[in-house]
Ligand binder design. Structure first.
Ligand code: URA
Length: 234
């Protein structure tokens, strides 16, 4: 890969910023200072340093985004703002959201370019846990809570799988589901006579939304969080 592309992928700056770093002599390849941005390097075997720091290439990148309302879970769209546009910058191509949240849903969305992991996490066979915090229009009766827990008919071939319910208030709860059917949470609540007024995902595949991330903010997953996702998908 080209040296300037490598430096962008390592998040050292935009194309013009990394070119300036190269011109200033801050970058070495296998111990030799290089002055040209367009030389080819082997990102896996060459030793590239910037300002004396060795840059270790990661095959894939993994982010958690706190998705705001009004943004769609897609890589591109002619009209609406996408979650990918929130990542901004000159980083890697090929990053996509792992699954979808509705336009009006907020919270934890994982973004990566690791297609194999995403495929495993989204496979219906794997029953990856997702926890949502919901505000609802009508309090739930004991009977409706146990219907959600046991599985409800949302018009699919089979009822939903057993879910976890934890009440936070009269009209607020946490719901943990192990599938990802279209509008599943909204349809489950509708099936028990209530409507979802506000929906936020706070956990996915054993990782929790980082409370320090404001709406629209993102960060890289830690090694431990990546490991947890990888174990989920097995
Ligand atoms: N269920 C929904 O209804 N919407 C979402 O965005 C996620 C789960």
């Amino acid at each position: 890969m080209r040296l300037d592309k490598f430096l962008c992928e390592m998040e050292l700056g935009s194309r013009s910023q990394v070119k300036a770093l190269i011109r200033q002599g801050a970058v070495t390849v296998n111990g030799m200072s290089v002055g040209k941005a367009d030389i080819q390097i082997d990102e896996f075997s060459d030793s590239v340093c910037c300002g004396g720091r060795l840059l270790i290439y990661q095959k894939y990148v993994y982010y958690m985004l706190n998705k705001p309302k009004g943004v769609i879970s897609a890589t591109e769209d002619p009209a609406a703002q996408t979650v990918i546009s929130l990542l901004g910058g000159d980083g890697r191509k090929g990053i996509f959201p792992v699954g979808r949240l509705d336009k009006d849903t907020t919270g934890l969305l994982v973004l990566t370019d690791d297609g194999e992991l995403a495929h495993r996490l989204l496979s219906p066979k794997n029953h990856v846990d997702k926890t949502y915090r919901l505000k609802i229009s009508k309090p739930l009766t004991e009977e409706n809570i146990s219907r959600l827990e046991q599985g409800v008919d949302i018009g699919e071939k089979r009822p939903t799988l057993p879910a976890g319910v934890a009440l936070l208030g009269e009209r607020e709860l946490l719901l943990t589901i192990r599938e990802g059917k279209y509008h599943q949470v909204k349809r489950m609540l509708h099936a028990v006579g209530s409507e979802v007024l506000d929906l936020e995902r706070i956990s996915f595949g054993g990782i929790n939304l980082d409370e320090r991330l404001g709406p629209g903010e993102y960060r890289k997953l830690t090694t431990e969080e990546i490991r947890r996702l990888q174990n989920e998908g097995i």
